[in-house]
Design a protein around this ligand. Structure first.
Ligand code: IPM
Ligand code: MG
Length: 371
């Protein structure tokens, strides 16, 4: 029996293209694994009214880790228009399957390394090497949202004096999304960030928040961070407001080592940071919990490039490298990273984002050759 059972969820759009690239590399590196494909994404929403069928969740439970390609996600109303006509008006509502997976499997760390590989002409600077720890299960993504606003919720909120001004707004003219942050989730994401910084000898952990305005939630996580930082004398705690952070990341990205943030803030700064090291074609993510982990490129499904094998698979290949590391296959992970870095540096095989004409699979084959 193979040592690992790996779930493979290509999703839709270019997810399928980049997963094919990952499989080329995994085969070459001879990971002792069997791969189980699962259904997820836009097609299943349109056909079944569920972008993440229960059979897929069940399948994942029997695997060691998951490789995920990409999925299309659209706002609720737009999604409804594409649902199979017979299923409309039956109460189906689109939700993001990747967000659900993160919550369902309690994959609380979204680890997003952004490293400038030498020779990448798209690097904003060549000395960037930062790692984002994005809280992955709650915050602005907790999913507790209302529209129209139920009267019960309005009444409960009226204990807050600032709610007074909204007390007479008609229920369908007011909407509410909550940012829920718990001590447990804040503590575990901060712990991961500090542990990483300490182990990897990074000089700082920057908490990216907005406690001057989001006083209760922002102040809450900041307080936990300050207390925790006392246990890590070798690591400095830097505090940055999220808006200023956007500016600092453009001004001096090389100064930062580890960033830690709530779900939505982490989402935003991770796209910004990705662009500093070549764009989404180079940005990978690990969604990591205590028992299970799912690895994906940070990019979306880029529907217009579906099946054209045009997009850069480097992000997916780096996500594959992260998976190998997490499985404890450190030597294979290092070998894969070196091969990816060599292909980038050499610059012969390049996709369109790098002004080249090679295909997604050409890049994968070039990496595989160097393994
Ligand atoms: C990401 C993506 C997702 C997110 C989308 C596709 C729901 O932007 O992984 O960063 O918002 O988390
Ligand atoms: Mg994002």
């Amino acid at each position: 029996m193979p040592q690992y059972r790996i779930a493979v969820l290509p999703g839709d759009g270019v997810g399928k293209d980049v997963i094919e690239a990952a499989m080329i590399v995994l085969e070459k590196i001879r990971l002792d694994a069997e791969y189980v494909k699962g259904d997820i994404g836009w097609d299943f929403w349109c056909e079944e009214g569920n972008p993440l069928p229960e059979r897929t969740i069940e399948m994942l439970k029997g695997t060691d880790a998951c490789l995920f390609g990409a999925i299309t996600s659209k706002p609720k109303e737009d999604a409804l228009k594409e649902l199979r006509p017979e299923l409309r008006d039956q109460g189906y509502s689109y939700y993001s399957p990747i967000v659900r997976l993160r919550q369902e499997f309690d994959l609380y760390t979204n680890l997003r390394p952004c490293k400038a590989y030498p020779g990448n002409p798209l690097n904003y600077r060549d000395d960037i090497d930062l790692v984002i720890f994005r809280e992955n299960t709650e915050g602005m993504y907790a999913g507790v949202e209302f529209h129209p606003l139920p009267e019960q919720v309005r009444q409960a909120l009226l204990i807050h004096p600032k709610m007074k001004k909204f007390q007479d707004v008609p229920a369908d003219e007011i909407s509410l999304s909550t940012r829920i942050m718990t001590k447990k989730a804040c503590t575990r994401i901060l712990h991961c960030a500090f542990e990483f910084a300490n182990k990897e000898k990074r000089k700082s952990v920057t908490i990216v928040e907005k406690p001057n305005v989001l006083r209760e939630t922002g102040g809450f996580i900041l307080d936990i961070a300050r207390k925790m930082s006392r246990e890590y004398p070798e690591v400095e705690l830097w505090e940055a407001n999220v808006d200023a952070m956007a500016m600092w990341l453009v001004k001096n990205p090389q100064d930062y080592g580890v960033l830690v943030a709530e779900n939505l803030f982490g989402d935003i700064i991770s796209d910004l940071s990705a662009q500093l090291v070549g764009g989404l074609g180079f940005a990978c993510s690990g969604n990591i919990g205590d028992e299970y982990a799912l690895f994906e490129p940070t990019h979306g499904s880029a529907p217009k490039y579906t099946g054209l094998y045009k997009v850069n698979p480097t992000a997916m290949l780096l996500a594959t490298k992260m998976m190998l590391e997490w499985l404890g296959e450190g030597e294979k992970a290092q070998r894969l990273e070196r091969a990816i870095a060599a292909v980038i540096k050499e610059g012969r095989v390049r996709t369109y984002d790098l002004k080249g004409s090679s295909s997604t699979l050409d890049v994968a084959r070039a990496v595989a050759e160097r393994l």
